[in-house]
Structures are given as C-alpha cells and as structure tokens.
Design a binder for this molecule. Structure first.
Ligand SMILES: C[S@@+](CC[C@H](N)C(=O)[O-])C[C@H]1O[C@@H](n2cnc3c(N)ncnc32)[C@H](O)[C@@H]1O
Length: 226
C-alpha cells in the first residue's frame, strides 16, 4: 500500500470509507471475543488495530497480511505493548495469570490460502481487507475462513459492503470517493455461502457504506454454539 506511513492517521480521521472506524473495530472485537482466553485469527491485519482490540479482550491473536510494511508497523506496536506490560510488572504489579499473545505473520494470500489446519481458531475476524478479493473468489475466501474456525466458533467482519450490486451502484452515485477498483462484498451473496454451512449471517449497518457481519459455526448438524 502506498500510504503505509499515513495509514493510522487516515483511519483515525474516520472520513469516507473509514467513517466509524473505531466503532466498527470495537464491535467486531466484542462479537468475536466474548470471553478471555480465545484464539483469534485476524486476516488482512495491516497495522494491527483490530488484533490489538482482540488482545485487549484477552484473546491470543495471529494476524496475517501480505504487506511486510504494514506488518512492521503492527510488530512495532506489539513490542511497545510488551515493554509496557514488563514495566508494569517491574514496578510491582501482579503479573496476569493468563497472558494473551499477539503475533503478526506474512502470508501471501491469507483469505484464500490460510496457513493453518482445520478448526484451529475460536474466532476469525477481519476489517477493511476482504474487498481485495475479487467477487468470483469471495465464496472461496468464506469457505477457507470457515474451514479454520472450530465448531461453535465465531466469524466476524467489518467492511465497506452493500446488500447487492444494485445497492453498490446507488451508493457510488452518492459517494464518489468509493473506489472503482475494489471488490466491495455483497451481503446477499455472502449470506448464501454461509447458508451452505448452516450458518446464519447477521448484519448490522454502521454507516451508509459499511456493515459489521457475523455468523456462528454450528457445533454439529446445524446446531450453533450460541
Ligand atoms: C485498509 S487495510 C485494513 C487493515 C486493518 N485490518 C484495519 O482494519 O485497519 C487493508 C489490508 O489488507 C491487506 N491486503 C491486501 N491484499 C490482501 C489480500 N489479498 N488478502 C488479505 N489482505 C490483503 C493490506 O496489506 C492491508 O494491510
């Protein structure tokens, strides 16, 4: 990404596609990390902002991204978080009984080829990254994320997205800053992919162009972990 150095300032401005960025990340982390001690995969982790929200909720997180430059920013933040925790312990604070971890790994194609076995994670999350996957490959990306999710686990995503192609077209008329080169997901299409796994896609609109989406993987034969 050409704007790596400015990325965190851009998202903090909460303008245009990043309107309600912080609320979106918070909602995804709350849906995915209901209790401490979970293992979470963050795909397209970038500078780690969503991963750190999950970490703060007691999850151990693996963040995958194809950009070494974005990951370098994320790793620098992880180092600072680690040093701060050490400082608190050196100053006499009781070490936490369970210390969640965060790790950022380079992955060439992390939605379509997740380098982890089946049923590895309690939650799979992502924000503002799935639109890099062309529409015809998005079903494959959903299947791959469901594959690494353990039965009863949660999938959650915050993304610029639209109900369908018509809604996207209409939004593009009103919002000329929407990018013509991105593959913003269509919620109705994703819903039919999740249906194949007996997963019910939930959707909450956050801005005129962005939604938080989530679904539970059934424990078996259509029974959900809810
Ligand atoms: C807009 S940033 C979002 C970063 C972070 N998730 C956040 O919410 O701030 C998009 C990220 O997607 C990554 N990316 C680009 N192509 C990708 C792909 N094919 N699969 C997964 N991630 C990709 C970029 O490197 C970048 O870090």
């Amino acid at each position: 990404m050409p704007w790596v150095d400015e990325y965190d300032h851009i998202v903090e401005s909460e303008l245009d596609i990043f309107s309600r960025y912080n609320d979106t990340l918070q909602a995804v982390s709350e849906i995915a990390c209901l209790s401490p001690g979970l293992t979470v995969l963050d795909i397209g982790a970038g500078t780690g902002n969503l991963s750190f929200r999950c970490l703060a909720r007691g999850a151990s997180v693996v963040g995958l991204d194809p950009s070494e430059k974005m990951l370098a920013k994320a790793r620098a933040k992880a180092k600072i978080a680690h040093l701060k925790r050490k400082e608190r312990e050196d100053a006499g604070s009781e070490p936490e009984a369970y210390q969640p971890t965060v790790e950022f790994r380079l992955s060439e194609n992390p939605f379509l080829e997740i380098p982890h076995p089946d049923s590895t994670f309690d939650a799979v999350v992502s924000t503002y990254a799935f639109h890099h996957i062309p529409h015809p490959q998005q079903p494959e990306g959903i299947c791959e994320m469901v594959r690494v999710l353990r039965p009863g686990g949660v999938w959650a995503m915050g993304e610029v997205s639209f109900k369908d192609a018509a809604a996207e077209l209409e939004a593009k008329r009103a919002c000329p800053w929407l990018d013509e080169d991105e593959y913003y997901p269509h919620i109705d299409s994703l819903r039919s992919v999740f249906n194949q796994f007996n997963m019910v896609l939930q959707a909450r609109q956050f801005t005129p162009v962005s939604w938080v989406l989530w679904a539970l993987k059934p424990i078996d034969n259509g029974k959900t972990g809810a």
